[in-house]
Design a protein around this ligand. Sequence first.
Ligand SMILES: NC(=O)c1ccc[n+]([C@@H]2O[C@H](COP(=O)([O-])OP(=O)(O)OC[C@H]3O[C@@H](n4cnc5c(N)ncnc54)[C@H](OP(=O)(O)O)[C@@H]3O)[C@@H](O)[C@H]2O)c1
Length: 251
Amino acid sequence: MDLRLRDRVYVVTGGTRGLGRATADALVADGARVVVSGRSSDALETALAELGEGATGVVADNGDPATPERLVDAALERWGRLDGALVSVGGPPPGTVLGTTDDDWTRSFETVFLGAVRLARTIGAALADGGALALVLSSSVRSPLPAMAISNGLRPGLAMVAKNLADELGPAGVRVNALLPGRIETERLVELAAARGEDPADREAALAAIPLRRHGDPAEFGRAAAFLLSPAASYVTGVALPVDGGLLRTI
Ligand SMILES: NC(=O)c1ccc[n+]([C@@H]2O[C@H](COP(=O)([O-])OP(=O)(O)OC[C@H]3O[C@@H](n4cnc5c(N)ncnc54)[C@H](OP(=O)(O)O)[C@@H]3O)[C@@H](O)[C@H]2O)c1
């Protein structure tokens, strides 16, 4: 199937590694151009070198109110058009509800929640008929993850913001969807497992709960995201798509 991505232009925040980077790879591989962002200039330089001439980048924090305009401007200046965005960001820290402080909530709210809302609002308003937004959320939209209080608290609200925005932008021909990764083997997944001291037996038990019996490869997530952003998904809006090997118990 031709996704009809050639020469289309997408912003990919949190695009220097993990799920954002895998999506940027998939978009560029199909002929699209990307503006990737992240906070570390070194990581951005490395990503741009690997992505090649279909990519440009901006050092930007999703929590900064100036970031959305900077990304839109970068797309228009470098490529002269903008067709959509994948909004990814570093995930919130682990922790229980009882053990999570106001400061932790506030910091994550600024980047994970308000940052995503601002990006979706500004970029969504800049898109023309055929444009598409996709928010990287989590399986925690539908089912709580153990000891991930902030994710469990913020992601369901963002999913409803995406649904609401799909209603608002639909009449302009702009689509808005969410992606719900389960356990995709990115650096973050490995870091979280190490932080909670996951041993091989824990890993086996976690894999046993996934119908496909394995973690996802970031490239598998990237292809699903690229499809949702592409004109091939032109009648798909307002959905939250799990990319989880069947992990979620909800339908
Ligand atoms: N991997 C999974 O299985 C999984 C499952 C459920 C949910 N998720 C969620 O999906 C998102 C992406 O996960 P991932 O596994 O790809 O994480 P990751 O490997 O840690 O990558 C995060 C990316 O976002 C960038 N970033 C971090 N904080 C940022 C900020 N404030 N502003 C702009 N860029 C920022 C990072 O670069 P810099 O550090 O240089 O900024 C990096 O490029 C996270 O929100 C995570 O919670 C992932």
